[in-house]
Ligand binder design. Structure first.
Ligand SMILES: [Zn+2]
Length: 347
């Protein structure tokens, strides 16, 4: 029994980097560049198809699933800064302090100057420093005693809940009221052309079928219009929480993620059904387990409708696991700082 998982990530990057050349209606489309670059996304897909074919030939698997976790589409060419939006709505208070702005500066400088592959190479040590600097850049100047909610770089909001957050201000009794107030504000916000800023505003319990105590779970999910670039904090120096990308003077992708991906399957345990209605991403794991005949705990969803193999129940409930680590030792921290000094990011 063997399962080989391969991540072909180039399709994702091709959407982000080349959408404006491929799509004549994109605000950043330049016909002169469409000649050499307009067919890039298609070429990337052809290459992935070819590589997938080589892998299938090499492994000769009984069953193949091809799954994407999202789709791609044009950017709206607007950036939404979550915490600046919460500040504008009166839910978050920023107290500008020198120390926080130094961290913010170090973080934005490091991000600007480090190439992506370089950041990845330094991941084990440097990645955690970046995460910490990111935390400082996002929240280092937040006055938590006057903050009721905060956001991350995702389109989700967490309440500054007393008992859960270190300096929580919202009591358990107030939770409902604060969430209702924030949801109402979110529903009233629009783009300058009048289009609603958010297409969906929902409490986490309406979106996620998990225990509310799961670490990091948002309290409110606010989905902006598809194609909106979501960021944590506005560090551009230009005021506002919703800015056209062309005003920011930095590079942003011309393609963004869209909610619907694709799934294709063939081989043993798969019934040929042609095109099927939309399915759910949580059906991937049960489908693979069913095809492989691996007993599974009580998963919230069953296999895809085109999987003919039946899921074998182990009779157990779904458990959870946590991974260790996270904090740097003093030696590691000194090492990271030394490297950052060498690179000129901290002095
Ligand atoms: Zn992506």
């Amino acid at each position: 029994m063997r399962c080989v998982i391969v991540d072909l990530e180039a399709t994702d990057g091709s959407h982000h980097f080349f959408w404006q050349h491929f799509d004549p209606s994109h605000p950043r489309h330049d016909p002169a560049l469409a000649g050499p670059w307009g067919g890039t996304i298609e070429r990337v897909y052809e290459t992935c198809d070819r590589e997938l074919g080589r892998l299938i030939d090499a492994y000769a698997p009984d069953t193949v699933f091809v799954v994407s976790d999202h789709g791609g589409g044009p950017s709206r060419d607007y950036a939404l800064f979550m915490n600046d939006w919460l500040e504008a709505e009166g839910f978050l208070t920023v107290q500008r302090k020198a120390s926080a702005s130094v961290a913010k500066h170090a973080y934005t400088t490091a991000l600007k100057h480090l190439s992506h592959p370089f950041k990845q190479r330094l991941q084990p040590l440097f990645g955690r420093f970046i995460e910490r600097a990111k935390g400082l850049a996002l929240f280092g100047d937040v006055d938590w005693s006057r903050t009721r909610a905060y956001g991350t770089v995702q389109s989700m909001v967490r309440l500054n809940l007393a008992g859960r957050e270190p300096e929580g201000t919202v009591s358990a009794e107030e939770r409902d009221g604060v969430l209702a107030e924030l949801a109402e504000r979110a529903r009233g916000r629009t783009f300058p052309d009048g289009l609603p800023l958010f297409t969906n505003v929902a409490r986490a319990e309406e979106v996620y079928d998990v225990d509310g105590a799961v670490p990091g779970l948002p309290d409110l999910v606010v989905e902006p219009q598809v194609g909106t670039e979501v960021r944590g904090r506005n560090t551009s120096g230009k005021p506002g929480f919703l800015l056209p990308l062309k005003d920011l003077g930095v590079w942003y992708p011309s393609g963004e993620h869209t909610p619907v991906g694709l799934v294709v399957a063939a081989g043993a345990g798969i019934a040929r059904q042609g095109e099927v209605p939309e399915t759910h991403i949580q059906q991937v794991a049960p489908s693979v387990l069913a095809v492989m005949g691996v007993p599974a705990p009580a998963l919230p969803m069953g296999p895809f409708p085109f999987v003919s193999a039946s899921l074998v129940s182990s009779g157990a409930a779904v458990g959870s696991m946590t991974t260790g680590g996270g904090e740097l030792t003093e030696d590691e921290e000194a090492d990271v700082l030394e490297r950052l000094r060498g690179l000129g990011y901290v002095s």
